[in-house]
Design a protein around this ligand. Structure first.
Ligand SMILES: [Zn+2]
Length: 287
């Protein structure tokens, strides 16, 4: 039974689809068909939202490790994380049964449900979302225990993220908004069915499991040597096989993928640009 649910926008202050959805649901209420659920809508980083930036000092969505929550906060977002831990946590022992954190990406990831574990609840959820939203992707980031993730959504007893793209930072696209709203509504409908012990038995669905981040090639002085190859750009969750191009070097040469077949995502995500992350890889799996 999931009693208390939080829906969060503005964890990143320039991701407008989640901010707008939470804003609309704060003003008009969540759709009335969900009135039986105890839903709290809130903004996470209003100062970053006012400035229309991802964060002011540090990425808020990297502040929620047990270590950081136990340490004395050293920046605005760390202080905010401690406040949110009181409001939505405490992490590991929360009043909230589920925290849904809404993001968008500049990568062409479509509507992506990010889950942090593949237990029975999340498998049922993934199948339900894929059933009602075949265009959605499911991304599993269970490379470490849920509690060790630095994400805001880990404050709840369960946490997940909605990640939709492509949408530039700081503005709202109607197509991305519609996918965001649809996925949020499908997740809430699932929770109703789950609470009524009424989740239909659904067949296994495709999903992607995170492997690692791939960095841009750089020289010894740290200067970047390449860009995402045009053939890879916007191909999120498509198959990348050995020999297919990944980088266009500024000297005109082409760098190809080597190794196992993977499924890239977060390709050319703007927020990861200065971290030198070119894309993330995943394997294809079934849940
Ligand atoms: Zn985000």
């Amino acid at each position: 039974m999931l009693q208390k649910i939080a829906i969060v926008g503005g964890t990143h202050g320039n991701e407008m689809s989640g901010i707008q959805l939470v804003s609309n649901w704060l003003r008009h209420g969540v759709p009335s068909s969900f009135n039986d659920l105890d839903i709290t809508c809130l903004f996470a980083n209003t100062k970053a939202m006012e400035a229309n930036v991802r964060f002011l000092e540090e990425d808020l969505n990297r502040q929620f490790t047990p270590q950081k929550l136990a340490a004395t906060p050293s920046c605005l977002e760390a202080r905010l994380a401690h406040e949110l831990n009181e409001k939505l946590g405490p992490k590991g022992n929360s009043d909230f049964d589920l925290v849904i954190d809404i993001h968008n990406t500049t990568s062409s990831m479509g509507a992506t449900l990010i889950i942090l574990e593949a237990d029975e609840f999340h498998v049922q959820l993934a199948r339900y979302v894929k059933h009602h939203m075949p265009e959605a992707n499911v991304l599993v980031e269970d490379e470490k225990p849920t509690q060790e993730h630095p994400y805001l959504c880990t404050l709840g007893n369960r946490g997940l993220m909605i990640e939709v793209g492509a949408q530039p930072q700081g503005l709202l696209r109607a197509d991305v908004y519609a996918l965001t709203e649809k996925m949020a509504v499908v997740i809430l409908a699932f929770i109703q069915q789950y609470n009524q012990n009424n989740v239909p038995a659904l067949p296994p669905c495709d999903a992607f499991r995170f492997i690692e981040n791939i960095l841009y090639p750089r020289d010894e002085a740290g200067h970047r040597l390449a860009m995402i190859h045009p053939n890879l750009q916007d191909q999120d969750f498509s198959e990348l096989k050995s020999g297919m191009p990944v980088f266009t070097h500024f000297d005109g040469s082409q760098e190809n993928w080597q190794g196992d077949t993977v499924f890239p995502h977060f390709i050319n995500e703007a927020a990861y640009h200065k971290l030198h992350v070119a894309f993330a890889t995943a394997t294809k799996t079934q849940l």
